[in-house]
Design a protein around this ligand. Structure first.
Ligand code: KIV
Length: 275
């Protein structure tokens, strides 16, 4: 699949973009080969790969390390990388963090969380030429302040905050916005009001695209699975069965068999035994 330009993405209203996370070489390769439109190296890697209970501990070095690996697996893909928690408190910090993700790790765009409060940072990044994706609704880096991993925008105040946040991100220059865990009618309204694409996760069917976490989609994460996730396979269970068969074969002597072993010349062997 040809890599889209940021301008093409910005104009892809109604395109039903399929975005999926990937955090390393093999998953990025699989995801790209399966033909998704966009890959997100999300800071969700903190939970599904590094075993933390939130995205808060994820560092800049973690993001650079995983973005580099994902880029090696998907050299042609449009790769968005998350700015981790507290890496974009000021415009200077955000520029330094974006420089690492784009110049060192090979990301095509960064993503950051927040609405009107992050507008000055988004403006500084965009002014410097950094493609920025926004993220409103449930913002996992500050989930605690929002009362946990809960649906956002149920009442008038919080719904307005989501709507105004998304509109402010568009005005600040974002090429697209993730809407996470908001009621479907609110996501529809935001999608209608914005000229840039909305990418939903737990935000109903009317966004311009959808994003999910790789490990949730393929059944590799045994922790909490949100209700909005659709599991397309149970790779975790398949892997466990395969590993149990391997261990059993090793114990029974069935592995390695003739086909997985190497021969050597008889006379060499005889000389070694003899001498
Ligand atoms: O980190 C992540 O994977 C994300 C998606 C859930 C949108 O931000």
């Amino acid at each position: 699949m040809k890599k889209p330009t940021v301008l093409e993405l910005r104009r892809s209203k109604g395109a039903r973009l399929a975005m999926l996370t990937a955090y390393d070489y093999p998953t990025a390769k699989l995801v790209a080969e399966a033909g998704v439109d966009l890959i997100l190296v999300g800071d969700s890697l903190g939970m599904v790969v590094l075993g933390y209970d939130s995205t808060v501990p994820v560092t800049m070095d973690d993001m650079v390390h995983h973005t580099k690996a994902a880029r090696r697996g998907a050299p042609e893909a449009f790769l968005v990388a998350d700015l981790p928690f507290l890496s974009y408190g000021t415009a200077e910090q955000a520029l330094a963090a974006a420089a690492r993700l784009m110049k060192e790790a090979g990301a095509d765009s960064v993503k950051l969380e927040g609405g009107t409060e992050v507008v000055p940072v988004v403006e500084a990044l965009v002014r410097a030429g950094v493609p920025v994706m926004g993220h409103v609704g449930l913002t996992p880096q500050t989930a605690s302040a929002l009362g946990g991993y809960k649906l956002q925008g149920k009442d008038e105040d919080t719904a307005r905050r989501v709507l105004e946040g998304a509109a402010a991100l568009e005005r600040a220059g974002c090429w697209g916005v993730v809407l996470e865990l908001v009621p479907a009618p609110l996501a529809r309204l935001v999608t209608e009001r914005l000229a840039i694409p909305t990418i939903g996760i737990g935000a109903g069917p009317d966004c311009d695209g959808q994003v999910l976490v790789f490990h949730d989609v393929v059944g590799l994460f045994s922790g909490f699975t949100p209700t909005f996730v659709k599991r397309y396979t149970e790779a975790g269970a398949a892997i466990k069965t395969a590993i149990a068969r391997y261990a059993s074969d090793v114990r029974s002597g069935a592995f390695p068999a003739e086909g997985q072993s190497f021969r050597m010349k008889e006379d060499v062997l005889r000389r070694i035994y003899g001498g």
